[in-house]
Design a protein around this ligand. Structure first.
Ligand code: ATR
Length: 268
């Protein structure tokens, strides 16, 4: 396997740790590097990867949208999400997909084994790229209802139109908690160095599941609140690792497993 993750900045990417771990576990020879590519150099540097015989690469900020114009084809998942995070190179052409929805759903299922999406309402906080992927994933599971809430309501309206879902104003989001079965934070709030997510979840249904995409800290204030209320909760590290599985599979034909050892390695 000859693969990479491209982005700018890229130094803090966890992807090399994940893919190198699996290469070792599954006896796959090759390399997986982090390559810093600036937006101006995107076209030229991708050509270098093609010429260099790479099987493919992951794409992170700020290229997840701009890569699309360089793809020969993107699948329906990437189209719906509007971003590509995984590319497979075949005969010098780029084929793009997006594995973030898979990552979110697989992580949720792996932590809440009996979670059923039937007759369930999700409240999704945030309207960025991660939110689009999670909403798409939830719709693929046929969840009954999704309500999105975002600080900038215009951004929530774009999602509401694209995915045909409901909106609740940011300062009224708590009013939805008594009917929420799945609460997901897709914003950067609560991340180390970012402002806190100030949300009182006292009225959240007692059997609701709470999920946060922030994994630094692993236990965000939101998840601590859920734990204290005895709600089931899902941390953000799993989504990051699960989204890497289909990429590894695209390049090696092996769908790798997530282990506790790998989670610990990524969190270190
Ligand atoms: P990504 O594409 O990685 O999800 P993003 O597009 O920067 O990242 O989205 C970040 C999300 O966090 C957005 O929903 C953003 O809300 P806005 O659309 O109002 O910008 C949300 N967010 C970031 N900082 C926030 C803050 N201080 N308060 C509330 N929401 C915030």
């Amino acid at each position: 396997m000859k693969a990479a993750v491209i982005g700018h900045p890229i130094a803090h990417s966890k992807s090399p740790i994940i893919h190198q771990y699996w290469m070792e576990q599954y006896g796959v020879q090759g390399t997986y590097e982090a390559i810093d590519i600036t937006p101006e150099n995107l076209k030229n540097d991708i050509q270098r990867l093609i010429d260099g015989g790479y099987e493919g690469f992951n794409v992170t900020l700020p290229h997840k949208q701009n890569i699309i114009q360089h793809c020969h084809e993107i699948d329906k998942t990437a189209q719906a999400i509007g971003a590509v995070n995984t590319v497979k190179i075949i005969d010098g052409k780029l084929y793009g997909t997006n594995t973030d929805a898979f990552g979110f759903i697989e992580n949720l299922k792996s932590h809440v084994a009996d979670f059923s999406f039937e007759n369930k309402t999700a409240l999704v906080l945030g309207a960025g790229g991660a939110s689009r992927a999670i909403i798409y994933g939830l719709q693929q599971q046929n969840i009954s209802k999704i309500i999105v809430s975002n600080r900038t309501i215009e951004n929530a309206k774009i999602l509401a139109d694209d995915f045909d879902i409901e909106i609740i104003e940011w300062d009224k989001k708590e009013t939805i908690l008594p009917q929420t079965d799945l609460l997901v934070n897709t914003t950067s709030l609560g991340m180390a160095g970012k402002p806190p997510l100030e949300m009182d979840i006292a009225t959240l249904k007692s059997d609701a599941v709470v999920s946060d995409i922030v994994y630094s800290p692993l236990m965000t204030d939101l998840l601590i609140g859920a734990k204290n209320k005895h709600n089931q909760y899902v941390t953000g590290i799993g989504m990051l690792i699960h989204q890497a599985r289909p990429a590894f599979q695209a390049w090696t034909d092996i769908l790798p497993e997530v282990t506790g050892e790998l989670e610990a390695l990524v969190l270190k």
